[in-house]
Design a protein. Structure first.
Lengths: 481, 97
């Protein structure tokens, strides 16, 4: 039987506000445990929440970026459950009246086709603290610095049909929130976390299959692996006559193993109700319009600008604006060297290959945009051949400094000096009299290929530093002249 | 007519982490049933065109500027905690299963 996969996502996006959603505690990362947990964050009796305007502004920006309706009235509710890193005994969140209504995001697939993924809604809520399960004499350690950090939870419709589409959507969302600067996008620190709802059904069947939810995936790769593993598991179960149990699952990216966390029978009953400590939040048109005017450039606008301003191809512009950090890197490189096309090529080819191999993000690159710009400048002005430029690049990845320093230290300057090149050409001609004779006897159509032999000899003699164009010119003159 | 059973009470008590003994459960169930019957009566009121009330105060929420106003008071808070170590609050072991 042919199966169809159906995927919906819930994405938690940590907002890059300076303070928490309901208190004036700092959200700065990496502070000593519990030094950023105020009386309100600790649920001390008598404290009251006051919502952070910036969290609403960021949520509105997100809503506008995903073509959604913005709710002028939104209401906080209490989601009740007990866990030590949730001191209040409930999470303040939104349910019936979320800030961001239905919207959509268009994703581009590998085959170049676009697909629209609908967003059901997005709501504002607070994060919980962290439980540390290392052994504290048989106890669990609680750090509440993260408690109360604002999140938006983005809920999609079940519009994705395979892991590739889900990852493309996740990357697009990452690009949008980092471009808006409402989230730092650092997934290793949990700034974006994905819950994946997966079900399968016989192809052509309208009714959805029973779904499972794999929670808290914090990398695009883990997300892809978890989906593929779960699809395979569900198909195996169904084809061997079993049924899928609705359950929550956990995927371990290190061991590549998924396991069931809890089934529906003992699933939570959160007993939501409107939070009596908070009034409805009312936003007017003027507020929303002001936010609209303050929106930073979105990925699609930036892509169009790259084509118009830098003369990039559609393909190059799409690649370079697929990730906020890469687009920033490109623009900084162009600023340093003024060579947009060369910068695009180097970033997409050599730099990307180096980052992949070293398993680094572009932000962690050993080579700064200014350094890459310096290398490109030396390539464009003829100091370096493209072959030697790759050597310089290699040296830069090893931290040997900027291009000029490496060229100087390794003596890599391209030889364009006619006198020196002529001497080399003369030597090669003198040492290869047979080939010279053959060349002179050959007809014009065969000569270019034969010229390659001489160029090769000279490049070898110059250790790759001869300017190939100059060598060509001199050779032709001497051989044919 | 809504009827709450003692088993419903046991489940709710568990979710709310409230100790309700089996003997108490029947009594509590009866009393909550009475409250729900009162709600049933209220349901009979015609509420067409009435917007649901989110809060008894007829005003909008005030928002706060995104500025750090809280200072570190960990020492004071941890002085009243039953167990702390390395700046962490310690609680009976929770296995994340």
């Amino acid at each position: 039987m042919e199966w169809e996969t159906v995927i919906g996502l819930e994405v938690h996006v940590q907002l890059a506000t300076d303070t928490k959603l309901f208190s004036g505690s700092s959200t700065a990362y990496g502070a000593e445990p519990n030094t950023q947990a105020s009386a309100n964050d600790l649920a001390m009796p008598g404290t009251l929440p006051v919502p952070n305007e910036a969290a609403f502004r960021y949520a509105v920006m997100f809503g506008l970026a995903v073509n959604a309706e913005i709710a002028k009235r939104s209401v906080f509710e209490r989601k009740n459950y007990f866990y030590p890193d949730l001191p209040k005994g409930y999470q303040t969140t939104q349910l019936a009246e979320p800030i961001v209504g239905p919207g959509y995001v268009d994703i581009e697939l590998e085959n170049g086709q676009a697909k629209r993924i609908r967003i059901h809604h997005a709501h504002l809520e607070e994060d919980a603290g962290k439980s540390l399960h290392e052994d504290f004499h048989g106890m669990t350690g609680i750090d509440l610095n993260r408690a109360g950090t604002p999140l938006i939870e983005v809920v999609t419709e079940p519009d994705m049909r395979n892991a590739e589409e889900a990852v493309a959507f996740a990357k697009k969302l990452h690009n949008i929130v980092t471009s808006l600067e409402i989230c730092d996008g650092d997934m290793s620190q949990g700034s974006m976390r994905f819950d994946v709802n997966v079900s399968v059904r016989p192809k052509g069947q309208a009714e959805l299959g029973t779904r499972t939810e794999t929670k808290n995936l914090n990398s695009f790769r883990f997300m892809e692996e978890a989906i593929e593993l779960e699809v395979e598991r569900q198909i195996d179960v169904l084809e061997s006559g079993g049924t899928i149990v609705q359950e929550t699952r956990l995927y371990n990216g290190e061991t590549k193993v998924a396991r069931s966390m809890r089934t529906k029978e003992d699933s939570d009953d959160y007993r939501y109700f409107p939070c009596p400590d908070l009034l409805p939040v009312i936003l007017d048109d003027e507020y929303i319009d002001t936010v609209r005017l303050q929106m930073p450039e979105l990925p699609e606008a930036r892509r169009a600008r790259f084509i118009a301003d830098y003369g990039l191809t559609e393909y190059d512009a799409t690649q370079l604006t697929g990730e906020r950090a890469m687009a920033d890197y490109f623009e900084a490189t162009v600023k340093a060297c003024g060579e947009a096309k060369l910068a695009a090529n180097w970033i997409m080819a050599d730099l990307s290959a180096y980052l992949n191999k070293a398993e680094l993000t572009i932000a962690q690159s050993q080579i700064t945009p200014v350094q890459l710009g310096g290398l490109i400048t030396r390539l464009a002005d003829g100091t370096l051949s493209s072959k030697i430029a790759k050597q310089v690049f290699e040296a830069m990845t090893l931290g040997e400094g900027d291009a000029d320093t490496i060229i100087e230290a390794r003596g890599l300057k391209q030889v364009s000096d006619t006198g020196a090149l002529e001497k080399m050409v003369d030597e090669v001609i003198a040492n290869n009299s047979q080939q010279v004779e053959n060349y002179r006897a050959a007809d014009d159509s065969k000569r270019p290929k034969m010229l390659g032999f001489f160029v090769g000899q000279i490049m070898k003699a110059s250790k790759g530093q001869a300017n190939p164009q100059a060598v060509n010119d001199i050779l032709k003159k001497k051989l044919e002249g | 007519m809504a009827t709450v059973k003692p088993t419903d009470i046991a489940k709710l008590a568990h979710l709310a982490r409230i100790a309700v003994s089996e003997e108490q459960a029947a009594d509590v169930a009866d009393r909550i049933t009475e409250v729900l019957n009162l709600v049933d009566q209220l349901q009979e009121a015609d509420t067409d065109g009435v917007e649901p009330m989110a809060h008894p105060l007829d005003t909008a929420q005030r928002l706060r500027a995104d500025q750090v106003t809280e200072t570190d008071q960990r020492e004071a808070f941890q002085a009243i905690a039953p167990a702390v170590e390395d700046g962490l609050y310690l609680v009976p072991r929770v296995i994340d299963e």
